[in-house]
Design a protein around this ligand. Sequence first.
Ligand SMILES: [Zn+2]
Ligand SMILES: [Zn+2]
Length: 391
Amino acid sequence: MSNKRDYYEVLEVSKDATENDIKKAFRKKAMEYHPDRNPDNPKAADKFKEATEAYDILSNPEKRSSYDRFGFAGVQSDFSSVNMGDYSTFSDLFSSLFRDDFFGDDIFSQFFGGRGRSRRSSGPQKGSDLLMDYKIDFEEAIYGTKKVVEVPIKKECVECKGSGAQEGSSPKSCPNCQGSGVETVQRQMGFTRYISQQACSKCRGKGSIIEKPCKTCRGSGRSDENEKIKLEIPSGVDSGFRLRIRNKGEEGRSGGTRGDLYVRLIVDSHEFYKRQGDNLIVELEIPFAIAVLGGEIKVPTPYGAEKVKIPKKTKEGQILRLQRKGIQRKTQYGMSYGDFLILVHYSIPGKLNDEEKELLEKLKEISKMPSKQEKLFKKLIDTSKANKVDE
Ligand SMILES: [Zn+2]
Ligand SMILES: [Zn+2]
C-alpha cells in the first residue's frame, strides 16, 4: 500500500477530469490490461487491478471528493483489502461499462470471447446466421436471375412455444449456476487470484434445465420448417459469390432478432464458354485457309455476335483477344468488363465436296515440307547411311 500511485496518474487523467473522461480512460486501460487478454503477463494483471481500483474511486463522486481531500487515507477502508475475488460486483461494473452506446454489445461479447452472450441467456438472443450453397446455370450467373429457394429454418416449436418442456411442466432453474448460465472459475498465479467466467457446464449457459422434454422438439424448443426465400442474383456473379439476405437466418430466442442467411453460389460449367475471372475463353476451330490467309468470322458472345478479324498467319494455339467483350459485372465503381479470348485451333475438314477436293489436290502437289524440317531429315538420312556403310 505504501508505494501506490495517484489514481489520476494511473488513469492518466487530470484532476478536473469529467466522469466521462474517467470512464473513457478506464476503458482504454481495461482493454489493454485485462487478464483474459494477457494470460502470460502477470504485470498486466497488476496494472488492471490498479486501474480498476482507481476507476472505482474516481467514478464515484463521494469517494472521489474524499480522495481529493484526504488522499488514500480518505478511501482506504474501501479498497485496503481489494482483491479480484469480488468478481461479481467487479464483473457487473465491467460489463456495464462495455455495454453502453459507446462500444455496443459486440465489443463486450468479443472481449469475453463470446461469454458476454451467455451471461444474458435469459434475455433476447439473436438467431444464428445460416450458410447454404446454391447451384445456378452459367447463363443465370452471366445475366443475373431471380430465384425462390426453400430453406429449412429452425423456428419456435408450436407445441411447447419454444420452452422445450412438455405441456404442464416448465424448465427449472439450473442448480449449478442458479439460473445465471454462468460459472465462475478461479485460477491462482503467484499471489494473484484470477477469476473468470464461462458458460455453465451443467446447463450449457442456458440457465435452466428441462426435466420433461417436449416430444415434438425433444427439448430444443425449436422445429425445422421450410421457408421460401427470394434470391436476387446480380449479373456477372461467379462461383463463390455470397449473397447476404438479412433477417432470414434462424429465429432468435426470447424475442431476439433473426440471424442472416448467406447463400454461396456455385456456377455450373458451360459447354462452349470457360470463365477465368471476368474473362471468357472460347476454343474455336478455324478453317486452315482463313488462319493462313486471314479473314473474318462471327463469334457468339453472351451479349451478342461479334465479328472477329483473323490476322494473316494465325497460328494453332494462338489467342485472339476481344477487349471488354467478356463478363459484364456491376461494381461499386460502375460496370466492369472482362475480355473475350479466342484460343485458335485449325480445323481439319471432314467430308469434302468436289471443288474442295480438287483445290486440295492442287495444293498437295505444290506443297513442300517445311524447309527447316527438310534440312534435319536430310542430315539424319545421311548419317544413317554412313553408319550402315561402316558395319
Ligand atoms: Zn417443443
Ligand atoms: Zn447452469
